[in-house]
Design a protein around this ligand. Structure first.
Ligand SMILES: [Zn+2]
Length: 160
């Protein structure tokens, strides 16, 4: 069985800025009002016959959304970004473009990019690990990170 959570209605949202280095249109810093849809598939289990408690899923997702909210998302493993500092200030260059941002305004992610695709994978793995630490009935976690309404990237993390 599968449970489904709609990110708009369940308030799994965050607003962040990012850039896709070297992309013709998305290379400049710009923002999205993201929302995250979630599906969790598994056997019904426990006292109430839940796949997983909706509350637990929403809490786990909100923790991640809150960390990213109102930050500039910076991918630490980008091939295009050359970092000079990530301590007090986040200083880096992308080709001829030099950036210096206050550390508190940034959220550094262990990703190659902050595309919807990479964020979906990031959220799905985090949620899968979080749920799997307490439940052994979860077969897969599916996350769609939407960059506003009408476009998103979907990633599924299944049990090995
Ligand atoms: Zn974008």
């Amino acid at each position: 069985m599968k449970i489904v959570i709609n990110g708009i209605h369940a308030n799994l949202r965050f607003s962040s800025a990012h850039m896709i280095p070297c992309h013709q249109f998305c290379g400049g810093i710009h923002g999205h009002s993201y929302h995250v849809d979630v599906q969790v598939e598994g056997e019904r289990a426990g006292e109430f016959g839940f796949v997983v408690d909706f509350k637990k899923v929403k809490e786990s997702m909100r923790v991640i959304c809150k960390k990213l909210d109102h930050k500039v998302l910076i991918p630490l493993k980008s091939d295009e970004i050359k970092f000079k500092n990530t301590e007090d200030n986040v200083e880096f260059s992308i080709g001829p473009k030099e950036y210096s941002l206050p550390r508190e305004d940034c959220y550094l992610l262990p990703l190659k990019s902050t595309s919807a695709e990479d964020l979906a994978e990031y959220f799905a793995l985090k949620l899968y690990n979080s749920l799997n630490s307490e439940n052994n009935n979860i077969k897969s976690v599916q996350v769609c990170v939407n960059e506003g309404i009408g476009q998103g990237a979907y990633f599924e993390k299944s049990a090995e």
